[in-house]
Ligand binder design. Structure first.
Ligand SMILES: Nc1nc2c(c(=O)[nH]1)N[C@H]1C(S)=C(S)[C@@H](COP(=O)(O)O)O[C@H]1N2
Ligand SMILES: [Mo]
Length: 402
């Protein structure tokens, strides 16, 4: 069983890992002051204990241990909100309205309408915050100081967004599809969290309005009664408690599109997915980059020399799919391909495992690097950007073999 002290100790051990060789330049080598050093495990209503990053608004991170399952349990799925006033939504009274310049009038659906009048579909997909692993950014950057747990994988069930758009009579002039919900800042200090996606992404078969997560209604904190699910794209577009869909014939100009959640152009492998929102210098962050983490052993663990050590973890990307996860035990001089677990679809976590037959006494540094089917690998060195987005530097876990 994992105790709170055990988790804390392991997190600290990661923080103080020695910085030498290739591993010295990697994620856990230089953790900035005050980011992940003081961690608190706390329960939100309906959730098991998770790492608290802030209470108002609620930002809670999944402990590494929960990633032992390829599907992340609902009661440990991370929670991220921007604004502190979050309504308790009555699923019976809830309505999804659909309108806008690209629509044929205004349409309104109850939850029962969605379940009865549309085909139900399922997709397993990773929901990852753009700022996952931001707390490891070096130099330090402002924002929620996430470790590696602002990500989760679930089986989402709901209706295709494109079917709803068709029902609303979507016109071909529709450039973007926007989403709004009811969470607010006090005194309207911060603009409401409204987002949009390009029409080509909105009408993909896998983009859905989900009302179930891992076979159960969505937890309140994860968007009950319904949320947008945009497989392959970072979670900023996955509007929770979505109440309105807007068919836009001109690009949305809002704080959350024009100012926040943008990446510099030319820095990352994928930055051409959202032309109607791009400027010369920047573009919205969209597709998830190839990534992986080692979930076992945890940093700072002790292992008995001579007995086999199972290195386990999860890998994912933006939908190309994982081709390979390589593990190195000698600071990147040689690599061995790990065995991959079952494939639950191209948007899902993929588990990996490598058995090290008989580790010898000393400090053992484990590096893991995922490669997707496009041949793109995780970076060796952090691709720094001021918002701390897209941290996909390869993971390093140091254990002691005695
Ligand atoms: N209504 C609403 N939806 C939202 C947000 C929000 O602040 N309000 N945050 C988004 C961001 S940035 C993330 S990372 C995901 C987090 O989803 P989760 O809390 O279910 O893990 O929700 C997205 N949907
Ligand atoms: Mo996010």
């Amino acid at each position: 069983m994992t105790t709170r002290r055990g988790l804390l100790k392991n997190a600290l051990a990661g923080a103080f890992a020695m910085a030498t060789g290739l591993a010295g330049r990697l994620a856990h080598a230089a953790l900035p002051d005050g980011s992940l050093r003081s961690q608190v495990l706390e329960s939100l209503s309906g959730k098991k204990p998770m790492w608290k990053r802030s209470f108002r608004p609620p930002n809670y991170e999944t402990p590494l241990e929960a990633f032992g399952d390829v599907l992340t349990p609902n009661d440990q799925f991370f929670v991220r909100w921007h604004l502190p006033l979050i309504p308790e939504v009555d699923a019976q009274a809830w309505r999804l309205t659909v309108s806008g310049a690209g629509a044929d009038g205004e349409h309104s659906f109850t939850l029962d309408d969605l379940k009865r009048d549309f085909e139900a579909v399922e997709v397993v997909a990773v929901c990852q915050c753009a700022g996952n692993r931001r707390g490891y950014s070096d130099p330090h950057v402002p924002g929620v100081q996430w470790g590696s747990g602002a990500v989760g994988n679930a089986r989402w069930r709901g209706v295709r967004l494109k079917d709803i758009l068709a029902r609303a009579g979507m016109r071909k002039e529709t450039l973007e599809v926007g989403f709004a919900a009811g969470d607010r800042a006090p005194l309207d200090a911060t603009p409401p969290f409204v987002k949009s996606i390009p029409t080509w992404k909105a009408i993909e078969d896998t983009t859905i309005i989900a009302y179930e997560m891992n076979g159960a209604p969505l937890p309140h904190w994860n968007g009950q009664p319904a949320r947008v699910v945009v497989p392959g794209w970072v979670a900023t577009y996955w509007l929770k408690q979505v109440t309105h869909v807007e068919l836009l014939t001109a690009p949305a100009k809002t704080f959350w599109m024009s100012t926040a959640y943008r990446i510099p152009k030319g820095r990352f492998p994928v930055d051409d997915r959202f032309p109607t929102q791009s400027s010369d210098a920047s573009t919205p962050i969209t597709e998830i980059l190839v990534n992986s983490i080692v979930t076992s052993p945890v940093a700072g663990a002790t292992h008995r020399a001579g007995s086999p050590l199972a290195v386990r973890g999860i890998a994912w990307d933006g939908g190309a799919g994982i081709r390979r996860v390589d593990v190195s035990l000698d600071d990147g001089h040689s690599w061995t391909a790990a065995a991959l677990g079952d494939e639950l679809g191209r948007f899902s976590f993929r588990s990996f495992e490598l058995i090290v037959p008989a580790p010898v006494p000393g400090s053992l540094r484990i590096l893991a690097r995922a490669i997707n089917t496009r041949g793109v690998a995780q970076t060796e060195v952090l691709n720094f950007n001021p918002a701390g987005y897209h941290n996909n530097v390869m993971d390093v876990v140091t254990v002691t073999v005695v």
